[in-house]
Design a protein around this ligand. Structure first.
Ligand SMILES: Cc1cc2nc3c(=O)[nH]c(=O)nc-3n(C[C@H](O)[C@H](O)[C@H](O)COP(=O)(O)OP(=O)(O)OC[C@H]3O[C@@H](n4cnc5c(N)ncnc54)[C@H](O)[C@@H]3O)c2cc1C
Length: 430
C-alpha cells in the first residue's frame, strides 16, 4: 500500500495510524478540529472533559504499540495502583473483597492520553497530521479510492489505497455508503439513556482510596466513581440511566452520593475541595455497526473506534477496543478481511456491556436467550466475590479484557460461587 488517509485524529485515528504506518508508504490523518499542542480537552471530542478509565488490557496494548508508553504516563505524573487491592469495588451493592493482584490501574485523563498518543504518532516518519481539515466524502470508482477533504473552504481530492474512518460516533460513513449503492449498514442498538457528569477535586493523601467504583444494578441505576489522576486531582464521575440524571449542584451531588451502597464517595465529598464545575454529557445508546454483514463490502475502506462501535461509557471499553483494532491492522495479512476480524474482536466487549445493560428492564435492545440464566449466575457471582477474592480477581480479568467471559464459568469457579454466595451481605445505603 502506498497511501493511507485517515479521517479523525483522535485516539482511534492515531492508533490506526500507528497500526498502518508499518505497512504503507505514507499515512495522512485529517481532523476537522483544531488540535492542541498540549494535553487539553477539545471541542471536536465532547467526551474529552469526561472521566475516562483505561482498562488493564488497554494499557498493555498501548505499551505494545508504543514501547515505553506506560513509563511515559508515569513520568507525566499519572498515578498507578493495583486494580484489585487499591480499588474499592461495589458490584450489585456487594463490596468486592480485596487482594493483591498483578493488574495495574492508571489514573489518566483522556486529554493526557490523547496527547501522549498523538506525540508518539507525530514522531513516526511517514505519518502527517493535518487539522482544520474536514473529510466531506469518499472518492469512489469500483471501490473507495480516496477522500474529499475541505481545508479553509477549499475542496481537495486526495487519492489513497485505503481510507480509514475514525470519525467517532457521528461518522457519516453509513450515509456515504448508502449513497454509493452499498445499501444500509446493519446496526445493533441498545438504549440506556446514560447521563454522565464529571468534576475534579483536590487530592489529599489518605482521604480516599486510589479508586472507588459503585457499579449500577437493577433497582440502583446509578454509577459513582472516583479515581486519582495526574496533577494531584481526584475525578468524580456520576452517572444515571433511564431518566435518573445526576445533579450538578453541590447539595444535589452529595445527595446523589449518599444513595450509593458504600459511604466512601459521600465521605470524600463531605470535605473535598472542588477544582471546577461539573460537566454533563448524554449518551443515549450503544451502537454497533455491522459492516461485516454488508452483502458487498467497499474495497479500500475500513472503520475503527467509536465509528465502528460505541459502547456504554461506564464500562470503559472504547479506547482498549480501538487499541486492539490498531494491533489487528498491524497483523492482518489482507485488509479485505478487516471487517470480519474487527467484528470478532468487538463481539466480546459488546456482549459483556450490553448483556449487563439489558438486565435493566427499561433498557431497549435485542435480548438473547442466554442472557437471563447468565445474568442470574453472575448476580450470585458478584455476591460471592465479596467473600472470595479469587472470584473478584477473575471478574476483573474479564471486565478488563484480559480473559474471555468463559473464565467466569469454569467448574472450579462455579463451585466457589456456590460456596460463597449464600453468606454474602449486600450493602444498600452508605
Ligand atoms: C461520556 C463518555 C465517556 C467515555 N469513557 C470512556 C472510558 O472510561 N474508557 C474508554 O476506554 N472509553 C471511554 N469512552 C469512549 C472513548 O472516548 C472513545 O472510545 C475514544 O475517544 C476513541 O474514540 P474515536 O477516536 O473513535 O472517536 P472520537 O474520540 O469521538 O474522535 C473522533 C475524531 O474525528 C474527528 N472527525 C469527525 N468527523 C470528521 C470529519 N468528517 N473529518 C475530519 N475529522 C473528523 C473529530 O474532530 C474527532 O477528533 C467514553 C465515551 C463517552 C462519550
Amino acid at each position: 500500500m502506498e497511501r493511507v488517509v485517515i479521517m479523525g485524529a483522535s485516539i482511534g485515528g492515531m492508533l490506526a495510524a500507528r497500526g498502518l504506518s508499518g505497512r504503507c508508504g505514507r499515512v495522512t490523518v485529517f481532523d476537522r478540529d483544531s488540535l492542541p499542542e498540549t494535553a487539553r480537552p477539545r471541542r471536536g471530542v465532547p467526551q474529552s472533559r469526561q472521566a475516562h478509565a483505561l482498562l488493564a488490557r488497554g494499557s498493555t496494548v498501548l505499551d505494545q504499540l508504543f514501547p515505553g508508553f506506560v513509563d511515559e504516563m508515569l513520568a507525566a505524573g499519572v498515578p498507578q495502583g493495583d486494580l484489585h487491592d487499591d480499588c474499592h469495588w461495589y458490584l450489585d451493592g456487594y463490596p468486592m473483597r480485596r487482594a493483591r493482584s498483578p493488574m495495574p490501574v492508571y489514573g489518566v485523563t483522556r486529554a493526557l492520553l490523547e496527547h501522549l498518543i498523538r506525540e508518539r504518532v507525530r514522531a513516526l516518519p511517514n505519518v502527517e497530521i493535518i487539522d482544520g481539515a474536514e473529510v466531506t466524502g469518499l472518492l469512489h470508482t469500483g471501490g473507495v479510492r480516496g477522500a474529499r477533504v475541505r481545508v479553509n473552504g477549499v475542496d481537495k481530492e486526495i487519492e489513497a489505497d485505503l481510507v480509514v474512518d475514525a470519525g467517532g460516533r457521528s461518522s457519516r460513513s453509513p450515509v456515504w455508503l448508502r449513497e454509493l449503492g452499498y445499501g444500509e449498514v446493519p446496526a445493533s442498538t441498545v438504549r440506556t439513556d446514560v447521563v454522565y457528569t464529571t468534576r475534579h477535586y483536590q487530592y489529599e493523601p489518605g482521604r480516599i482510596d486510589f479508586a472507588v467504583i459503585m457499579a449500577p444494578y437493577p433497582g440502583m441505576p446509578r454509577t459513582g466513581v472516583t479515581i486519582r489522576q495526574e496533577g494531584g486531582r481526584v475525578v468524580l464521575l456520576l452517572a444515571g440511566m433511564h431518566g435518573d440524571e445526576p445533579p450538578v449542584d453541590d447539595a444535589g451531588i452529595l445527595a446523589f452520593a449518599r444513595s450509593f451502597p458504600g459511604p466512601e464517595i459521600k465521605d470524600f465529598l463531605g470535605t473535598a475541595v472542588a477544582l471546577d464545575d461539573p460537566v454533563r454529557m448524554r449518551f443515549p445508546a450503544s451502537v454497533r455497526h455491522h459492516y461485516e454483514r454488508l452483502p458487498r463490502r467497499p474495497a479500500g475502506f475500513v472503520v475503527v473506534g467509536d465509528a465502528l462501535c460505541s459502547f456504554n461509557p461506564i464500562y470503559g471499553q472504547g479506547i482498549t477496543v480501538a487499541a486492539l483494532q490498531a494491533l489487528l491492522l498491524t497483523r492482518m495479512t489482507g485488509i479485505d478481511r478487516y471487517f470480519t476480524e474487527a467484528a470478532r474482536l468487538v463481539a466480546t466487549p459488546w456482549s459483556l456491556a450490553t448483556g449487563t445493560d439489558l438486565r435493566f428492564p427499561q433498557a431497549e435492545g435485542p435480548r438473547r436467550a442466554v442472557d437471563r440464566p447468565l445474568n442470574a449466575y453472575l448476580a450470585h457471582y458478584r455476591a460471592a466475590a465479596s467473600r472470595d477474592p479469587a472470584l473478584g480477581a477473575a471478574f476483573l480479568r474479564v471486565s478488563n479484557m484480559l480473559a474471555p467471559p468463559t473464565h467466569l464459568l469454569t467448574p472450579g469457579r462455579l463451585l466457589r460461587v456456590l460456596r460463597s454466595a449464600p453468606g454474602a451481605r449486600r450493602v444498600t445505603r452508605g
